[in-house]
Design a protein around this ligand. Structure first.
Ligand code: ADP
Ligand code: MG
Length: 339
């Protein structure tokens, strides 16, 4: 008699949650990604106590059909990819179908969703992987996710959470990146009832940068814009006199997805070359677009790392684009009239 058996779903979800849900900010990242994938034009986020007590994400996207709502919380269930071929050309932020079941395995989740403005909506509640209720209710079009008491059933994980302030910092990072990635979406973020961020959602990246980093930094940044048949780059980057000590100053977005990528940051630094003081980074937001086949996002469970199929070409493209931008403006003192 053998001793190997498949894990039951609940246990499998808890294990997956260990990878996907590190802290409240990881939950927030997944929920915002889902809202973006649903085509939202407005995403409202609120949190209490660094997200440990409560996270709420409401969007005005497509919504989830009543019959699909339970399925959305099932492991490896997704509306975003269907075939192996799809995996090599992912156009959405999500695709693993792992986030919702993982979150529901380690928290108390309520989801209200409606696919139209008839007023009819469906609501589901799941706590620690156990279905509490799934019934009709009333709500406008879109989806509201409320996640309470993260790690209530995994005390070992809860013990590792840092102070409210640290968790809030991570939540803010997540919102900032998503807001920078999508200036066409209006974001709000409030914490313990205080509004911390509001972006206009009018497509203007500079206004998002102003909301996050302040108006004077935003005003001083210069526009990067270039394309070739494979890549297009759009962004804002600081003059070498406006630098920061933190490498997080550079936000890299690939097809709207925030990633950590030396393949982009290094050529950017190279382009500034000797203009940058040692160990200083320019404040920059770099948006790269490319055909999904040129980038593999299925590398990392949190999808923070990607692989490029033509990395050296990409590096050269980024370096040239930034060089052209910086060298055209670098020696003009900020505030001076350029034209
Ligand atoms: P993935 O995003 O990888 O598909 P998730 O577990 O995050 O997996 O979500 C499962 C499914 O639930 C998604 O494929 C999508 O169909 C649906 N869904 C989740 N959140 C939303 C939302 N905010 N709006 C519309 N549909 C959603
Ligand atoms: Mg998702």
């Amino acid at each position: 008699m053998g001793i190997i058996r498949p894990l039951d779903d609940h246990l499998a979800n808890q294990i997956a949650a260990g990878e996907v849900v590190e802290r409240p900010a990881s939950v927030l990242k997944e929920l915002i990604e889902n809202a973006v994938d649903a085509g939202a034009s407005r995403i409202d986020v609120s949190a209490e106590e660094g997200g440990l007590n409560l996270l709420r994400v409401a969007d005005d996207g497509t919504g989830i059909q009543p019959d699909d709502l339970l399925l959305a919380f099932q492991r490896h269930a997704t509306s975003k990819i269907a075939t192996g071929k799809d995996l090599f050309q992912i156009a959405t932020l999500g695709f693993r179908g792992e986030a919702l079941p993982s979150i529901a395995a380690v928290a108390k989740v309520k989801c209200v969703s409606a696919t139209d403005d008839s007023g009819l909506a469906q609501m589901i509640e799941i706590e620690g992987g156990t279905l509490i209720s799934n019934r009709e209710t009333n709500a406008p079009k879109g989806t509201e996710m409320v996640v309470k008491d993260i790690f209530f059933n995994t005390p070992a994980r809860l013990k590792y959470m840092k102070t409210i302030q640290t968790e809030l910092g991570h939540l803010s990072d997540v919102i900032y990146r998503q807001a920078l990635a999508r200036p066409d979406i209006a974001f709000t973020f409030s914490h313990n009832g205080n509004l911390l961020l509001r972006t206009p959602g009018n497509g203007d990246l500079r206004q998002v940068v102003a909301a996050i980093y302040g108006t004077s930094s935003a005003k001083a940044m210069i526009e990067v814009k270039e394309e070739n048949p494979d890549y297009s780059i759009y962004g804002l980057t600081a003059l070498p006199i406006e630098t920061r000590a933190n490498r997080n100053a550079v936000t890299v977005l690939i097809n709207g997805r925030f990633v950590r990528s030396q393949a982009v940051v290094q050529p950017l630094m190279q382009a500034y070359h000797t203009l940058l003081p040692l160990h200083r980074y320019p404040l920059a937001v770099i948006n790269l677009k490319m055909h999904p086949t040129l980038v593999d996002v299925n590398v990392h469970p949190a999808k923070l790392e990607v692989r490029f199929s033509k990395e050296s070409e990409l590096r050269a493209f980024v370096e040239t684009a930034i060089k052209n931008t910086v060298s055209s403006e670098a020696y003009i003192p900020s505030g001076a009239s350029v034209r």
